[in-house]
Design a protein around this ligand. Structure first.
Ligand SMILES: *[C@@H]1O[C@H](CO)[C@@H](O)[C@H](O)[C@H]1NC(C)=O
Ligand SMILES: *[C@@H]1O[C@H](CO)[C@@H](O)[C@H](O)[C@H]1NC(C)=O
Ligand SMILES: *[C@@H]1O[C@H](CO)[C@@H](O)[C@H](O)[C@H]1NC(C)=O
Ligand SMILES: *[C@@H]1O[C@H](CO)[C@@H](O)[C@H](O)[C@H]1NC(C)=O
Length: 528
């Protein structure tokens, strides 16, 4: 990350550290809004009862046959009169957009993390203005209503960190509006009505940009929210991903997830391969029976069933991953029931490195594990292998061990209910570690162990004089920084620290996990 750096000492007399303006480090900023976790259920439910929900006619949009204009011909679902089964684009409990009219645009901007907009009706892309245009139905309602709709112009940058101005301004802004029909307007009506590519499923606009080079953010900001916003449509015709900032690196790394989210049945006469629309660069007119722009966001790597009309949980997301990456090697694992539990040790380079990693791997073996070191290398090096390789490696593990960092997001690939995550939390970031990975791992029914590093295990104990507050009492050191707390966290605790694990103490953690796994295994075996 190129960064405007300035040398600066923190106010506390500790050695000078490089200070980069907050906002430059992708990983640190996930820390904001921790309190979200603690919101009692009653608040989550409240909007259901307190928000006056506009109920104007049919809920959702109607998949319909639009004959002569050459658009949506959805033979399976449309019935003679042009009115078929109702498809609700918005799956959020209590959202005003869940009951929007057909041929309408509805945006929900109430959430702290993200805006999301829905377009019900005949939607066509207009690449030159990066717009989605809503065309009136042939059997248009009253002239007044049509005129009403033509006033609507919504602009949205679809990303899940709307409180993060630094990254949000890098996200493409999409304009949603009713198509105009005046001859003197900026787009020729006749040409605009022509569809180059006709899709049978609604468009789902997401970005390949933001912090997607970071595995935590790729899931937390991107794929998990995308799934929870669109999964209810998957059992129908799904959605067609219309991607902002589309690039081949993103497509190659996350190909299976992209294919899993984007409907391949969305074909028509002129459908091109891939099932993904490069919204910025593809100047053809793509036509869709509706659109979703942006995603919902529930919490760190979270799916809150109470907010979804179909009560889906993170375990359903887990199933989605398994389907996207193909079946696990369960049969192989079953055949080798007598084998040692397999632990994957996530190896980091550069920062938050386990200095005695080889000794830790030997320790794991001596505790009874089949130990593997997993080199992910996604944080420091730009070049990254397809995620499917990491998925297969981690899915075959019974436990994952690693220092806090984005690559630990791979815990999502463990078998829920049957595997364990051991997170090593370096000095000063214990709570951050627990909130980002510990809490989500528990929701995924993993056995979670957090190993909080103590002073003499941290490289900071070599950098600071004995008894220095940064090592002796990180919580106080952070408090004392006041508004510069995040500089201390980012440049000292996150970037300036390696760990050397106390093998005696770490053995206890590994042994607990090992015996839990053996117990799981015994209880899974049929009684003799
Ligand atoms: C789309 O872009 C291509 C290549 O840039 C160009 O040849 C073509 O004329 C454009 N089509 C339209 C409809 O603008
Ligand atoms: C979701 O949960 C609610 C409350 O428990 C229940 O009333 C509803 O039927 C469930 N819906 C589905 C689709 O399972
Ligand atoms: C490190 O500190 C812990 C207590 O914080 C102590 O039990 C342990 O013996 C120390 N180890 C070394 C090598 O000094
Ligand atoms: C941590 O270890 C890595 C790899 O050995 C090294 O490059 C880095 O300088 C170390 N950082 C600190 C703060 O000791």
């Amino acid at each position: 990350m190129a960064a405007a750096s300035k040398a600066s000492g923190l106010d506390d007399g500790i050695p000078a550290v490089k200070v980069i303006k907050p906002g430059r480090c992708a990983f640190v900023h996930v820390f904001v809004a921790l309190t979200f976790v603690a919101v009692p259920c009653v608040l989550l439910y409240a909007p259901r009862f307190s928000v006056p929900t506009p109920r104007r006619g049919a809920a959702g949009f109607v998949v319909q046959r639009v004959g002569s204009s050459g658009v949506v011909v959805d033979a399976d679902e449309a019935h003679g009169g042009g009115v078929g089964p109702v498809v609700v684009l918005d799956n959020q409990v209590g959202s005003p957009c869940a009951s929007m009219r057909n041929h309408a645009i509805c945006c929900d901007r109430t959430d702290h993390h993200s805006d999301v907009c829905f377009m019900a009706g005949d939607v066509r892309t207009h690449a030159a203005s990066l717009s989605l245009l809503l065309f009136p139905s042939p059997s248009a309602g009253t002239a007044a209503a049509a005129a009403d709709e033509q006033q609507v112009v919504e602009r949205i940058r679809p990303y899940t960190r709307k409180w993060d101005a630094f990254i949000t301004k890098t996200i493409h802004e999409v304009t949603l509006r009713a198509a105009r029909h005046h001859p003197d307007d900026d787009e020729p009506a006749a040409a605009a009505r022509h569809c180059d590519v006709v899709h049978a499923a609604p468009a789902f606009v997401m970005t390949a940009g933001g912090y997607s080079h970071n595995l935590f953010h790729a899931f937390n900001d991107g794929f998990l929210p995308a799934w929870l916003t669109s999964q209810h449509l998957l059992r129908r015709r799904g959605v067609v991903l219309a991607v902002l900032g589309y690039n081949t690196r993103w497509a190659a790394r996350f190909g299976e997830l992209v294919a899993g989210l984007s409907s391949s049945s969305a074909s028509a006469a002129h459908h091109h391969g891939g099932g993904v629309v490069d919204l910025v660069n593809d100047n053809r007119t793509h036509c869709f029976p509706g659109a979703i722009v942006g995603t919902r966001y529930h919490d760190y790597l979270a799916v809150d069933p109470a907010r979804l009309r179909d009560n889906k949980t993170v375990l359903d997301f887990h199933d989605f991953l398994a389907a996207a990456y193909g079946p696990r090697a369960e049969t192989e694992l079953d055949r080798t029931a007598g084998r040692r539990p397999r632990v994957g040790i996530v190896s980091r380079r550069g920062r938050r490195v386990v200095e005695n990693e080889a000794a830790v791997a030997r320790l794991a073996a001596s505790v009874g594990f089949d130990a593997h070191v997993i080199n992910t290398g996604t944080i420091i090096n730009g070049a990254t292998p397809p995620l499917s390789a990491l998925y297969k490696t981690v899915a075959a593990c019974d436990a994952l061990v690693g220092v806090h960092g984005a690559d630990l997001t791979a815990f999502l690939f463990l078998r829920s209910g049957a595997a364990a995550l051991v997170q090593v939390a370096p000095l000063g970031i214990s709570l951050l570690s627990r909130n980002l990975f510990g809490v989500p791992a528990a929701r995924m029914a993993l056995r979670y162990e957090q190993y909080d590093v103590v002073g003499n295990e941290s490289s900071l104990s070599r950098k600071y004089p004995p008894g220095h507050v940064v090592v002796a009492d990180p919580a106080r050191a952070r408090r004392e920084q006041g508004s510069k707390e995040w500089d201390l966290v980012e440049y000292v605790y996150l970037r300036g620290q390696n760990v050397s694990l106390d093998l005696g103490r770490f053995r206890e953690t590994l042994a607990r996990v090992h015996s839990w796994l053996m117990m799981q295994r015994r209880s899974a075996l049929p009684a003799v």
